[in-house]
Design a protein around this ligand. Structure first.
Ligand SMILES: NC(=O)c1ccc[n+]([C@@H]2O[C@H](COP(=O)([O-])OP(=O)(O)OC[C@H]3O[C@@H](n4cnc5c(N)ncnc54)[C@H](O)[C@@H]3O)[C@@H](O)[C@H]2O)c1
Length: 446
């Protein structure tokens, strides 16, 4: 579904009228194209005294082909501002944020990036814990102040996982994270299992990825992006979607599997298929999802049950089977698709909101389990994404969904897919138990 208002703002009449009337003016976001430079300009790198990341950051940024500068530009804009805040051990040192950012915050380019790196507060004590926790408020506020499609993120890097932060840094700085804004990401203590891919543009070479609900919308985009990154994609959907499913599978050079994931024997069939055809699976993306919206007073039992079954219960059953039979390969990935409705709630979506909050619970419970198994489990929580699902939303609510966010527009299916591809990378082995919103910093549930 096209965002006609955003298209209008780019016409000669729109360019004249929009600023005059003070109307929202959503930026055209820079999105990833193979071969494009990581950033369109230099990254200014700074650190609070005593930080432990600056040296690694310098080499990681240089490896990604990014020009790193230590003093602000006199002229022109910075493509990124990267700040190592791990040296901040008490509230008085939070002033370092002001010292670094205040002089340059107006000099962030279009689709520019602000990335602050800290220490996970739960891994430190006392004043340091308080000060590290405070970074969240800073980054979320910066996200709301930035203009022209620029974003701000906070990455908490556990001690010992400095090297393992590379995949996250690359993702956040690149155009792949176009619609991810004001998120807090944890690179945890499992850094040692992270390995840089032989080719950063094909990190999933040799991997097998299962994508449920892959015949259209976000699922089709996930299949596309994972295949672009080198994976063989097993695209799964219900038999009624068989024709569209084959098209997606053919397009990405993958295979198609017609299966209703809520069928009682679905986990068994899936495990058998993945084992006999591929010897196992490396990446499982639980994208299939449905809505059956009604206010609670009008909701039928079947409307409730079907949503919980597709969006949550069937996924747990599949995970249990794939883990119990070791069908998920070592260093495997399970990726859930939650929703901001699971964080903020939504009128007419008590069933859906419950199921999507349950997906977050699945990540919380699964993270230690997967760490022990040798793998990770994370989720994306999309906000307003331009799909058939959101095209059916009434105009007024649809416009609200688009504009009530820092980026002032809806995201594209590819934005969700890119975030999933970052989780899927072998280099993201220390990224476990995260729920990252792909919502352009929607005001809902913020
Ligand atoms: N579009 C958005 O703005 C948005 C926002 C937040 C979350 N999400 C979530 O993203 C995911 C994809 O959304 P979408 O907009 O592409 O939806 P969609 O309806 O276009 O696609 C969902 C797919 O899942 C498949 N599916 C449904 N039940 C199934 C079952 N029992 N077995 C196998 N496949 C089944 C459908 O056939 C369909 O192809 C969903 O989980 C949705 O809840 C979407």
């Amino acid at each position: 579904m096209a965002d006609r208002y955003q298209q209008f703002t780019k016409t000669p009449v729109g360019k004249f009228v929009v600023p005059k009337l003070g109307l929202p003016n959503p930026a055209t976001l820079r999105r990833y194209k193979p071969g494009q430079p990581a950033l369109e300009g230099p990254a200014l790198l700074g650190a609070a005294p005593g930080g432990r990341l600056e040296k690694t950051l310098k080499s990681q940024l240089a490896d990604a082909g990014i020009e790193v500068i230590a003093t602000p530009l006199d002229q022109g804009k910075h493509a990124a501002l990267v700040f190592d805040a791990t040296g901040i051990t008490g509230p008085e040192q939070l002033r370092e944020l002001h010292n670094f950012f205040q002089p340059v915050i107006r000099k962030v380019g279009s689709s520019g990036r602000v990335v602050v790196l800290g220490t996970p507060p739960e891994l430190v004590e006392g004043r340091e814990r308080i000060a590290q926790r405070a970074l969240e408020g800073f980054v979320r506020s910066v996200g709301k102040e930035l203009k022209r499609g620029a974003t701000a993120q906070l990455v908490y890097v556990a001690e010992g996982s400095e090297e393992a932060a590379e995949s996250t840094l690359r993702f956040l700085l690149s155009a792949k994270s176009a619609f991810v804004d004001a998120q807090v990401i944890r690179v945890g203590t499992h850094g040692k299992t992270a390995s840089a891919p032989a080719r950063w543009d094909k990190p999933l070479q040799g991997k097998v990825a299962l994508v449920t609900g892959a015949s259209r919308g976000i699922g089709a985009a996930i299949a596309d992006v994972l295949a672009r990154d080198g994976a063989h994609v097993v695209a799964l959907d219900i038999p009624a979607q068989g024709a569209d499913l084959s098209k997606v599978a053919n397009k990405v050079g993958g295979s198609s599997l017609q299966l209703d994931i809520t069928a009682p024997d679905a986990p068994e069939k899936l495990a058998e298929y993945l084992t006999t055809r591929h010897g196992g699976v490396d990446i499982v993306v639980h994208n299939a999802g449905i809505t059956r919206d009604k206010t609670l007073g009008n909701m039928t039992e079947s409307g409730w049950d079907s949503v919980i079954s597709v969006n949550l219960a069937s996924q747990l059953a599949v995970n249990d089977k794939l883990l119990a039979d070791k069908v998920l390969n070592s260093n495997g990935r399970i990726i859930g698709v939650s929703s901001i409705a699971g964080i903020a709630g939504n009128v007419g979506q008590t069933n859906y909101g419950t199921s999507k909050a349950g997906v977050i619970g699945m990540i919380d419970v699964g993270a230690p389990q997967l760490a022990e198994y040798g793998g990770t489990i994370n989720a994306v929580a999309p906000g307003f994404i331009e799909t058939q699902m959101t095209a059916a939303v009434p105009l007024f609510i649809r416009e609200g969904g688009r504009r009530l966010s820092s980026l002032g527009q809806g995201g594209l299916p590819v934005d969700v897919a890119e975030t999933i591809a970052w989780y899927a990378s072998p280099a993201s082995a220390a990224v476990n138990g995260n729920v990252v919103r792909v919502c352009g910093q929607a005001l809902l549930g913020a």
